[in-house]
Design a protein around this ligand. Sequence first.
Ligand SMILES: [Zn+2]
Length: 108
Amino acid sequence: MAVTNIRKDDLVEVIAGSESVTKKRGKVLRVIKEKNRAVVEKVNVIKRHMKPSQLSQGGIVEKEATIHLSNIALVCQKCDRGVRVGIKVLDDGTKVRVCKKCGEVIDK
Ligand SMILES: [Zn+2]
């Protein structure tokens, strides 16, 4: 399943949803496998109004909300876009992710 191919620190592009129009890109900060969701840097940012507390002054805090894995795709540097990813087994048995479009190995 393609959705499990996204990992922490991957560069991904938003391919569906409200932010897909701008082809927003960001680094994956966290993957929540059980929910098929991820937190991507600067993507799906929501503003939260925090009440002042002993720890902070309160005010508006910006925070990334999770996004469904089906709404993001791994970016292939060669294609310069979010692509579908396949798995290729190298001669030494290592599994790497490859771009299904151009065949470029994404895991270097
Ligand atoms: Zn490619």
